[in-house]
Write a protein that binds this ligand. Structure first.
Ligand code: UDP
Length: 476
């Protein structure tokens, strides 16, 4: 590591966050051969699952990594929501992160610490050591703007946000319905809301925040935040889109490839809800019947329902209940009736590879930010079907702001009915609305490619950041 600038990256144990920050890290060391990165990874459970391990197997030699000892969550109630497990792991990991930072800094001086946006608690640790402190934000600049604005909203609005009739104004963003605000903001008396506000306040300590977005995608929001630097908002660096390809996935299931190869160009809808999202059984049945009614081709990644709507620690590995999943939750006879038009893949599929296949013409997506960016870089129009976290806000951005998605209506029981599903699928795949969306998505795809070119906005921003480090005397 001699004569190299040493940077520590602190991750959180959430698959999609890891995937995003590791792509950023790879880009950073690829662009600057003089940087060495050490990734510090909090973990929960006995050890990282195969999915997570496969992300680390592909890292180049100038990225080393440390898994912190797994946090013991046995004191927590059994079967708590996965998001609370992550939160508890983050809080409990802070002392060991501090120890590792101290050791790394005393053995080979650290120039900067970059921490995932969910673990802002690392920023004061870096400041204490007199090291530059950055956040890596793996979601939209819109969410970042909301985070930076959340204390102001808390002070100026007294009722529950979800009871407000007027839309919420977020600096530089389209106004959104309060019901589309992220989950922690839906109940102001909750612990999650308190943690959200406290975490957001710490962002202001950062020397800068890197966002997995790009100028052409969120120009107004990015510029608005950049203009607020004089008010104490940290420098914002849009440096994405970072999208991983699936070449690291060892398990190859060619059934989906054979199916896609048989379909016409842009004729097939890909249906998937992120790394862990699940639907209720009632919703699975409506979705199945809606897809069938639409008459369109589909490739659907299906998971069994569970009480939280999300499975944590999902593995690419073998599952012994695959047939159960296919037979137990789908409507009677569905697989047989749709076998020429559709394929249902249990649990997991190589998404980036699928989105890159020429027969894919639409993506029914939960609006997780990685999935959204993967769709954008492949120019695939979206049906926005948000489930949790900040996904409803992403859905609003995609449908009302960028107009690259159709958002189906949810009934008063929280279900999207088969007729509605059939309508939106047909509109997207073969309707007039779909045509306009496809054109706008193609344009965004071009913008995404441009942002990453040698002279593109994201590449230049990352260079600008490393030049700043250089000007501070860091050896890059
Ligand atoms: N993913 C995948 N295969 C699947 C489901 C998900 O490869 O069957 C990947 C997907 O490509 C994306 C990530 O898992 O990179 C999901 O991240 P996202 O931010 O979209 O959603 P989250 O997992 O946070 O809900």
């Amino acid at each position: 590591m001699e004569n190299k600038t040493h940077i520590a990256i602190v991750t959180v144990p959430v698959y999609s966050h890891l995937r995003s920050i590791l792509e950023f890290t790879k880009k950073l060391v690829h662009q600057n051969q003089n940087i060495h990165v050490t990734c510090i990874n909090p973990t929960f459970g006995s050890s990282p699952c195969n999915n997570v391990n496969s992300l680390f197997e592909t890292l180049p030699s100038n990225i080393s990594y440390i898994f912190l000892p797994p946090i013991n969550l046995q004191d927590l109630p059994k079967d708590i929501h996965p998001a609370l497990k992550v939160q508890a792991t983050i809080f409990s990991s802070v002392p060991s992160i501090q120890d590792v930072l101290n050791t790394l800094h005393s053995s080979s001086k650290l120039a900067a610490v970059v921490a995932d946006g969910l673990i802002t608690q690392v920023l004061p640790l870096a400041k204490k050591l007199n090291i530059l402190a950055y956040s890596y934000f793996p979601s939209t600049t819109m969410l970042l703007s909301l985070c930076l604005h959340s204390t102001y909203l808390d002070k100026t609005i007294s009722s529950e946000y979800k009871d407000l009739l007027d839309k919420i104004e977020i600096p530089g963003c389209i106004p959104i319905n309060a019901t589309d605000l992220p989950d922690p903001m839906q109940d102001r008396s909750s612990e999650a809301y308190k943690v959200f506000l406290e975490g957001n306040d710490i962002f202001y300590l950062a020397d800068g925040i890197m966002v997995n977005s790009f100028l052409a995608l969120e120009e107004n929001t990015i510029r608005t935040l950049q203009q607020k630097e004089c008010e104490g908002v940290p420098s914002i660096y849009p440096i994405g889109p970072f999208v991983q390809n699936d070449s690291c996935n060892k398990k190859r299931d060619f059934e989906y490839l054979k199916f896609l190869d048989k379909q016409e160009k842009k004729s097939t809808l890909y249906v998937s809800f992120g790394s862990g999202g699940t639907l209720s059984n009632e919703q699975i049945i409506e979705l199945a019947l809606g897809l069938e009614l639409s008459g369109q081709n589909f490739l659907w990644v299906l998971r069994p329902p569970n009480e939280f709507g999300v499975i944590d620690d999902l593995d690419i590995g073998e599952y012994d209940d695959v047939n159960d999943v296919l037979l137990k939750f789908l409507p009677n006879g569905f697989l047989e009736r749709t076998k020429e038009k559709g394929l249902v893949v249990p649990y997991w599929a190589p998404q980036v590879e699928i989105l890159g296949h020429s027969s894919i013409g639409g993506f029914l997506c939960h609006c997780g930010w990685n999935s959204t960016l993967e769709s954008i870089v492949h120019g695939i129009p979206l049906i926005a079907w948000p489930l949790f976290a900040e996904q409803k806000m992403n859905a609003a951005l995609l449908s009302d702001g960028l107009r690259v998605a159709i958002r189906p209506k949810v009934n008063e029981k929280g279900i999207i009915e088969r007729k509605e599903i059939c309508e939106v699928v047909k509109n997207l795949m073969v309707g007039e609305e779909g045509k306009g969306i496809r054109e706008r998505m193609e344009k965004l795809k071009g913008d995404a490619i441009d942002a990453l070119k040698e002279n593109g906005s994201s590449t230049k921003t990352l260079i600008q950041l490393t030049l700043k480090w250089k000007s501070l005397g860091l050896n890059i």
